[in-house]
Design a protein around this ligand. Sequence first.
Ligand SMILES: CC(C)(COP(=O)(O)OP(=O)(O)OC[C@H]1O[C@@H](n2cnc3c(N)ncnc32)[C@H](O)[C@@H]1OP(=O)(O)O)[C@@H](O)C(=O)NCCC(=O)NCCS
Length: 315
Amino acid sequence: MNGIKIRGTGHCVPEHVVTNDDLAKIVDTSDEWIASRTGIRRRHHCTTENHTSLCVSAARTALERSGVAPEDIGACIVATLSADTAVPASACLLQRELGLPTDIPCFDLNAACTGFLFALHTIECLLSVSPRKFGLVVGGEYLSRLINWEDRGTCILFGDGAGAAVVESRAEWPSIGAVMGTQGDDQLLNVPGLESGRRSLISMDGTKVFKFAVETVPACMDAVLRRHNCTVDDVDFFVFHQANARIIDLVVRKHRIPPEKYYKNVDEYGNTSAASIPLVLSELQERGRIGSGSRILAVGFGGGLTWGGAMIEFA
Ligand SMILES: CC(C)(COP(=O)(O)OP(=O)(O)OC[C@H]1O[C@@H](n2cnc3c(N)ncnc32)[C@H](O)[C@@H]1OP(=O)(O)O)[C@@H](O)C(=O)NCCC(=O)NCCS
């Protein structure tokens, strides 16, 4: 099977910023409580934007940075749980907006916050048998419309945004060697569907999800390192799903990862689910902290339950 590398990334977040103090006017909370428990200080919520516009903008930047033409894209996957429409898939709307070829698969994938990594693995497989060797993977969320404003334990956590990556597939490149897992559970993290008779709002057992995350992320990291036969020292950068700064702090302490090798933007964006990992990748590329030749270990976890990790390289 061919391996993939990233050619370019992009991201887009809504303009409207919601601070912790703004939330304290709506629910019984405080900046001090939110910042100390989660590391979150601000999040961006859609007002004039929507899911499609965020994804289109992130994807356009990724195409520009990669120098790849839309007509050379061989597959497009949008990882999301909050698309504007159930049908058409947001990947089909993206195809239309960007002018991608019509003889390629464009579809959405829901693996909650691990969606981007599931999508990267899927596109690696698809491009291996495709005549076109470039692919577009987007993680995009409009979570603010799924927030239960009566639940102070969850309404403080989530933000909107999109991140995108253009990847290239080549026979001589190693696979990203994705490690993935799922375990059916509708209690820890749940967003009811259309037919449930309940409003489609996020509910979560935060304490149990926290425990799940701090056990799963280090195990995933170890599995990726083993699969690639390498150690923490062989990795240039670690990218973690941005759900809670305390989860990241516990993991980097456990694995003795030096501060220059990881990054947190949860303070600015909150938890953007499937968008969180590509948002980090794009900000890091924009700031010149990762680029051609960088070897990045990315790990995600989320509702489903889902979890996954992969070794991502930049071409
Ligand atoms: C959500 C989270 C921040 C809550 O922190 P916590 O320390 O577990 O807090 P708890 O839920 O145990 O609540 C502790 C107290 O704070 C209160 N509380 C909850 N949210 C609050 C808020 N926004 N402001 C003030 N108090 C709050 C609770 O009511 C509870 O009060 P009580 O003891 O009087 O009942 C934390 O559990 C978490 O981050 N979990 C992981 C979430 C995650 O990663 N989700 C994404 C998965 S992809």
